[in-house]
Design a protein around this ligand. Structure first.
Ligand SMILES: Cc1ncc(C[n+]2csc(CCOP(=O)(O)OP(=O)(O)O)c2C)c(N)n1
Length: 355
């Protein structure tokens, strides 16, 4: 079965094109733009890790190593499409237009961090595993019923494929021919559980066969393979030719979140080796340098611009008005229930020293 789903690669880790058919499609503009977006996402991720260690944001979920998967796929979307992320996909959210400051508010645990700008169809990250898949199928079906050609993309990890919602979401999309891209980031682990202990099937892409939809397996560290494969799936969905399951084979360098220790379950030597051999940013850098499109000076300039942007976003997020206690109670329901009112009153009385 694995043979039926070979891993598609366009740009190898050493920076050489494997598939010459893409020679003319990979323009200088496209390569620079995807590299810049990956660099921006990586720098923000690294900064957020530091902020968490300094106690300036709460628990944080890192995605370093998965930039090609997140950026290549979200860069293929168009304004008006729908993006359903998990807690690890803020690289994709950022690329599709979620403001950096809002993302920082999200990781500070603020209500405002969950609200996408008007007109940006980016839903809050899903914390329950796989619950976003049926929702993404539903949103795509709704767009078809409204007569638009908008698509939805939904992100999920390898562990999510063991959940019922994965199967319900894909089945629903298949039956209703929903324009949905099921974008799986197979990073090898569900927290500390390696994929071999999670499922018996050798690939995730093959699970598409049970639902009679197209399934493809790609090198998730190759931003061009991700971009062009997602673009094809999106075009197909817009034409009315249904959903696709993309298995993007990648690797997260760090722990599941900032609350666990990856060295307890993940081979750290392997992560170190992968940074040198298959890193998503490094391979595009090698490719563009060989073409003479960029040099170290160009990269440094981009870094400086991004550093300023990140520092400004942090300042704005840290100067955001402090949360009042109302924020905790008032946004649970449109109209507060009697017991929430009671809890709020009890809390305010306690604060005021009333027994
Ligand atoms: C329904 C549900 N069950 C269990 C959990 C606890 N949990 C949080 S993350 C996680 C592993 C998810 O792994 P995967 O889907 O591979 O995504 P990754 O974190 O690797 O991106 C689990 C089991 C949860 N959040 N939701």
């Amino acid at each position: 079965m694995e043979d039926q789903f070979p891993i598609r690669e366009i740009l190898h880790g050493d920076g050489k094109l494997v598939d010459s058919a893409y020679e003319s499609k990979i323009t200088e503009k496209l390569a620079k733009s995807l590299f810049y977006k990956m660099l921006r996402a990586r720098m923000l991720d690294q900064k957020c890790f530091n902020l968490q260690r300094q106690g300036r944001i709460g628990t944080y979920v890192q995605y370093e190593g998965q930039e090609a998967s997140q950026i290549g796929s979200s860069a293929a979307l168009e304004e008006g499409d729908w993006l359903f992320p998990t807690y690890r996909d803020h690289g994709a959210m950022l690329t599709f237009g979620y403001p950096m400051q809002t993302l920082l508010l999200l990781w500070k645990g603020r209500f405002a961090g969950n609200v996408a700008p008007q007109g940006k169809n980016i839903v809050p990250p899903s914390i329950p595993i796989a619950s976003q898949l049926p929702q993404a199928a539903g949103a795509a079906i709704a767009e078809r019923k409204k007569g638009t050609d908008r698509v939805s993309i939904v992100y999920f990890g390898d562990g999510a494929t063991s959940e019922g919602d994965f199967h319900e979401g894909i089945n629903f999309a298949s039956v209703f021919n929903a324009p949905t891209i099921f974008f799986n980031q197979n990073n090898g682990f569900a927290i500390s559980v390696p994929i071999a202990k999670q499922m018996k099937s050798k690939t995730i892409a093959q699970k598409s066969q049970a639902y009679d939809i197209e399934g493809v397996r790609i090198d998730g560290n190759d931003v061009f393979a991700v971009y062009f494969t997602t673009l094809d799936a999106i075009k197909k969905a817009r034409r009315g030719d249904g959903p696709t399951l993309i298995e993007s084979v990648t690797w997260r360098y760090n722990a599941h979140t900032t609350t666990d220790d990856a060295s307890r379950y993940r081979n750290q030597e392997e992560s170190k080796k992968r940074r040198e051999t298959t890193d998503p940013l490094l391979r595009v850098e090698r490719f563009m340098k060989a073409k003479g499109w960029i040099d170290d000076n160009w990269i440094e300039q981009q870094r400086q611009g991004i550093t300023t942007e990140i520092n400004d976003a942090i300042e704005a997020a840290e100067n955001y008005p402090q949360a009042g206690v109302d924020e905790l109670f008032d946004y649970v329901f449109e109209k507060p229930t009697w017991n929430l009112e009671e809890q709020k009153r009890a809390y305010l009385d306690m604060k005021a020293g009333v027994q």
